[in-house]
Design a protein around this ligand. Structure first.
Ligand code: 89Y
Length: 346
C-alpha cells in the first residue's frame, strides 16, 4: 500500500456519511487525508465539500479519474455498492464499503472476487464490533476472566424513531435483520466464533413498515456455544438504550453483562466488579448517537492502520461474507420455519 499519507475519497455525503467525513478529518494526525467527496445529490456533495474544505464531485467515475486516491470509502445505499466497488477496484483503489455489503449474496461474492482478482484491498465498514464498549467485552473474554464463553444474549432493542433519520426504512424489503441485525450477528461471531446453524422468528409489529421490524434468532456456534441474537425497532423500554447493544455472556468461570449507559458487570470466579466502558464525546458526536458515531471513527482508524501496514482488515470483504451469510440464513430460517446452515465461505 501507499507509503506516506493515505488519501481517501468519500462517496456518499448523506446522513451517516457525516460520521465518516468527520472520522477521516480527525485521523489527519494519524496519516489520513480526506482528499475529496462525492454524492449524486449536488447539494449534498457541495455542502460536504465546503464543510470539509475539499473538492466535491457528483460522479464517482470523475472523482476516480481526477483525484489521486489511495482509498475510497463508499457510504451510499446498498443498491449502489456493487457498481461503485467495481469502479474503484477497476482503478486499483483500496475500497471500504458500508454495511450491508450489497443487496444480494451474489453481489457480495462478485465484489470479493473482483477485488481478489485485481489484488485490491477491500473492507466492509461493519462498525459495531469496533464500538469501544464491544472492544471492552472482547478484552474481558480474551483475558480468560469468565473462562470459555458458552452462552450469550446479544440485544439491540429500541423504540427510538429510526424512521425519522432513515425514512427509506419504511419501504425496505428486508429491514431489521438487514439493517441492524447484521451488526448484532457480526457481534455474535466476534464474541463466540463461527456459526453452525441459525433459527429465526421475524415480526412486523409496526403496521406502517413493509418488512420485519423485529427478529429473534437462535444460533449454534461451532464451539458448541449457543446465543440468542435479538433486534427490534418496536421496544418500549425505559431507559431506551439506543444505539447501545446490550450483551450477556456466560462462561464456565463467570459472566459479562453490558448494561444501558455503557456499564459492564463482570463476574469472575465468584467476584463481581462493575466499570464504565464508554468513551468521551468527540467534537462532532452527540449524546444520543455517540456510541455508534464513535464506532464509525474507530472502524476508520482500524482501516487506516491496516492500509498503512498493508494487512487485511478484521472486517475484510471475505470476512464479512460470513456475517452476510448469517443474514441470508436468518431470513431463510424465518421463511422456512427451520434451522439453516449458513453458506460456507472458507
Ligand atoms: O442503520 C442502523 C445502524 O447501522 O446503526 C443504527 C442504525 O442507524 C439504526 O438501526
Amino acid at each position: 500500500m501507499a507509503s506516506g499519507a493515505i488519501r481517501v475519497g468519500v462517496i456518499g455525503c448523506g446522513f451517516y456519511a457525516q460520521n465518516h467525513l468527520h472520522a477521516w478529518k480527525d485521523l489527519a494526525n494519524e496519516g489520513a487525508v480526506l482528499a475529496a467527496v462525492c454524492d449524486v445529490d449536488a447539494g449534498k456533495a457541495e455542502a460536504a465539500g465546503r464543510a470539509f474544505d475539499v473538492p466535491f464531485y457528483t460522479d464517482a467515475a470523475a472523482l476516480l479519474a481526477v483525484e489521486r486516491l489511495d482509498a475510497v470509502d463508499i457510504v451510499t445505499r446498498h443498491d449502489t455498492h456493487r457498481a461503485l466497488c467495481e469502479l474503484a477496484i477497476a482503478k486499483g483503489v483500496a475500497t471500504i464499503v458500508q454495511k450491508p455489503f450489497a443487496p444480494t449474496w451474489e453481489d457480495c461474492v462478485a465484489i470479493v472476487e473482483a477485488a481478489d482478482k485485481a489484488g485490491v484491498w477491500l473492507a466492509v465498514h461493519e462498525n459495531f464490533r469496533f464500538q469501544t464498549p464491544m472492544r471492552h467485552v472482547r478484552r474481558v473474554i480474551d483475558s480468560g476472566a469468565i473462562g470459555t464463553p458458552s452462552w450469550a444474549r446479544i440485544m439491540f432493542r429500541t423504540g427510538f424513531d429510526v424512521y425519522r433519520t432513515q425514512p427509506y426504512f419504511y419501504d425496505e424489503e428486508r429491514l431489521a435483520i438487514a439493517d441492524v441485525g447484521i451488526h448484532v450477528l457480526d457481534l455474535a461471531r466476534f464474541f463466540l466464533g463461527e456459526v453452525e446453524r441459525i433459527s429465526c422468528e421475524t415480526q412486523r409489529r409496526n403496521p406502517k413498515v413493509r418488512a420485519e421490524d423485529t427478529a429473534t434468532m437462535l444460533l449454534r456456534h461451532r464451539s458448541g456455544a449457543a446465543s440468542v441474537v435479538e433486534c427490534t425497532y418496536e421496544a418500549r423500554r425505559d431507559p431506551d438504550p439506543f444505539p447501545e447493544t446490550l450483551v450477556e455472556i456466560e462462561g464456565d468461570n463467570g459472566s459479562i453483562i453490558v448494561l444501558p449507559g455503557s456499564r459492564m458487570r463482570v463476574t469472575s470466579n465468584g467476584t463481581t466488579t462493575e466499570e464504565g466502558i464508554g468513551s468521551p464525546l468527540r467534537s462532532w458526536t452527540s449524546d444520543r448517537w455517540h456510541v455508534a458515531q464513535e464506532g464509525a471513527f474507530v472502524a476508520c482508524r482500524h482501516f487506516l492502520d491496516c492500509l498503512k501496514r498493508g494487512v487485511p482488515a478484521e472486517t475484510s470483504g471475505s470476512d464479512n461474507l460470513r456475517t452476510y451469510a448469517l443474514v441470508d440464513a436468518a431470513y431463510r430460517a424465518a421463511e422456512e420455519h427451520r434451522a439453516i446452515v449458513p453458506t460456507l465461505w472458507e
